[in-house]
Design a protein around this ligand. Structure first.
Ligand code: KG4
Ligand code: ZN
Length: 346
């Protein structure tokens, strides 16, 4: 089965073709970073309009690079949500229309399921069941993954997502958008122990509540950075020290929660995905944790940590191959709980 994947949930137009036999045939990404640069964040209406401009030419290009004609495509997958409503609707309308005209089935994919499955695109992929840490600009969550579509949330952020904390800290330091890579770069020259920022919700291990001990909070960390930066001159050395100390605190929190989650589930595999999983410090620290606990840790390659079409093509291919079919009507879900999506209904 050969599936075309379309990702338009935020500021990246991602297109890919995945084949159950041959694997990933081709993938292309158009990043809108420059378009939103002057605004310090994504402007939803500009994002939707640019997806409209870029998606079809990218599809043509991916099809050409994969040497695939429309009659060789067996299905289409697009991101239904969560994300920016207008941007999502572009992908949904395009996916459903192409599927109608090519007379192939089409499925809507949960963006975080795409991230969760992205390490499956690597050689020697993990196998179900596993524990997953998903860290992106909009989400920070730990999940117990039993099978395709069977996800139990073990913990999630009660306020800011970790990627959002990276972005806000970068903005504060005048490092631009997206903040994650900029903070990581600045941190290389800094001292991670210069400022002792808080590691929220790690001091005491809570035993009560919906997700005992495994929820996250990043707004306190952000506030601590704001306080440290106030009335200070932003010299390169100061920026580097703040960036390094912030990164150290954020990574510490994620590593501690992963250890607690793995203790809880007893899983022997940890999957880490989403934009922040591109962070080298996080990858190194989780690698060390995996050695300590004798657990295998799996990451996507850096280009598939952030948003991309390949993960949507892969997730769509798995769902279509398992027999999922959907009616022609479509919509978008700006907010969507990962636990709601459920297993494949053939
Ligand atoms: O998964 P993603 O591309 O989009 C969402 O679904 O949100 O994640 C984007 C987030 C941004 O907040 C960005 O700053 C962060 O991932 N990010 C990083 C790194 N690369 C991207 N954070 C830390 N270190 C990085 N190297
Ligand atoms: Zn994402």
């Amino acid at each position: 089965m050969r599936v075309l994947g379309i990702e338009t949930s935020c500021d990246d137009t991602g297109i890919a073709l995945f084949d159950t036999g041959a694997g990933l045939l081709a993938h292309r990404l158009f990043s809108q970073t420059e378009l939103h640069l002057d605004y310090g964040g994504v402007v939803p209406e500009l994002a939707s309009r640019d997806h409209i401009r870029k998606a079809l030419p990218l599809i043509r290009r991916v099809m050409q690079e994969a040497g695939t004609r429309p009659d060789q495509v067996n299905g289409i997958a697009y991101t239904t949500g969560p994300g920016l409503a207008g941007a999502l609707l572009v992908g949904a309308a395009l996916g459903r229309s192409l599927a109608y005209s090519w007379n192939v089935p089409c499925v809507g994919i949960h963006h975080m399921e795409g991230h969760l499955l992205s390490p499956m695109l690597e050689p020697d992929p993990p196998a179900f069941p596993f524990t997953a840490l998903l860290v992106s600009g909009g989400h920070t969550l730990l999940a117990d993954v039993q099978a395709l579509g069977c996800y139990t949330i073990l913990g999630e952020s009660v306020d800011d997502a970790v990627g959002e904390a990276f972005d806000k800290t970068a903005k504060l330091l005048g490092l631009g958008y997206p903040g994650g890579p900029a903070i990581a770069k600045a941190a290389r020259a800094g001292n991670p122990e210069k400022f002792s920022f808080p590691r929220p919700m790690t001091e005491r291990r809570k035993t009560q509540g919906a997700h005992p001990g495994l929820d996250f909070s990043f707004s306190g960390l952000k506030t601590a950075v704001v306080t440290a930066v106030q009335h200070q001159r932003l010299t390169p050395e100061f920026i580097a020290d703040i960036a390094a100390s912030f990164e150290e605190a954020a990574v510490d929190v994620l590593v501690i929660k992963c250890e607690w989650a793995l203790e809880r589930t007893g899983a022997k595999q940890l999957v880490v995905a989403g934009g922040v999983s591109a962070n080298q410090k996080l990858r190194q620290r989780l690698q060390r944790l995996s050695e300590k606990l004798a657990v295998r840790v799996c990451f996507p390659r850096p280009e598939f940590c952030t948003d991309n079409g390949a993960m949507i093509a892969y997730a769509g291919c798995m769902r279509l191959a398992a027999g999922q079919r959907e009616p022609l009507a479509f919509g978008a879900r700006a907010r969507w709980d990962l636990e709601e999506i459920g297993a494949v209904k053939a």
